[in-house]
Write a protein that binds this ligand. Structure first.
Ligand code: 6PG
Length: 253
């Protein structure tokens, strides 16, 4: 394993011609990270994101030959959740279930959803307790997940870590409430998010950004911004941004 970089691995920004190519590349990264993790320690912990771009990736994974990934060895976690019931159209778990989980042989016990219906405070406590049971306490600099998938908001949020929100400063818990959510949150409902150290303890952080409305954020990250939540979400070994041409100010490479 590579030595962890202080502050995490610098982002490797890869530009894909369109959303379909981005989605295919994302699926290849998931396969690669899962295979590496299973070789390394027998299982893989995969964190899912909400949002339309991640949804395309889940549909791709579900459409792939399911035998290509040993889903019985993969634990599915969530980077954030909206405080709604799981079958609500705004539920990130509900989206992942309909886009991917229902179609794949993932044992129900491997899926660790955030119980958003409890309200932000109680749901964050319950999710934090579940993570502590499985991984132990969130000590500074510790390793956490194998792969964290993230989307990006136009103002630079990721998971439900919004710019200047106090959840960004939580360093001693795996999960934090976001209540009230900032005005830019869509839908504007309270949320629960993984904290920055929980995300940055991951071996690999994979960020998906598509569409012209993400261009300013991609430009800022490319310029070395280290203030936006999305720019601060860095993996220990790898931080990869998959962006489509529309989100990139630079040509394909
Ligand atoms: C959420 C998300 C959020 C999302 C981005 C990107 O629950 O709102 O987890 O961080 O991933 O906002 O979403 P789009 O791909 O839809 O732009």
């Amino acid at each position: 394993m590579d030595e962890a970089q202080p502050g995490g691995a610098a982002p490797d920004i890869r530009v894909l011609p369109d959303l379909a190519a981005l989605t295919l590349a994302g699926a290849a990264f998931v396969h690669d990270a899962a295979e590496r993790a299973i070789v390394r320690h027998g299982r893989c912990s995969l964190v899912l994101a909400g949002g339309a771009t991640p949804r395309r990736l889940y549909e791709r994974l579900a459409a792939d030959d399911s035998s290509r990934l040993p889903w019985n060895l993969i634990d599915v976690w969530f980077g954030d959740e909206r405080c709604v019931v799981p079958d609500h159209e705004a539920s990130n778990y509900g989206m992942a279930r309909s886009a991917m989980l229902a179609a794949l042989p993932v044992p129900p016990d491997n899926v660790h959803r955030i119980p958003g219906e409890l309200g932000a405070e109680r749901a964050a406590e319950a999710y934090d307790a579940r993570l502590r049971d499985v991984f132990g306490p969130l000590t500074p600099g510790r390793e956490t997940f194998d792969l964290v998938l993230l989307g990006v908001g136009t103002e630079g949020h990721t998971a439900s870590l919004f710019p200047a929100h106090r959840a960004l400063d939580v360093t001693d818990r795996w999960a934090a409430p976001v209540d009230p959510a900032p005005a830019t949150a869509k839908p504007l409902v309270p949320r629960v998010t993984l904290t920055l150290p929980a995300i940055c303890g991951a071996q690999h952080v994979l960020v998906l950004a598509a569409g012209p409305e993400k261009r300013d954020i991609v430009t800022a990250v490319r310029a070395g911004d280290d203030t936006l939540p999305a720019a601060r979400a860095r993996g220990r070994e790898r931080t990869t941004w998959l962006v489509d041409i529309a989100a990139s100010a630079e040509p394909e490479r």
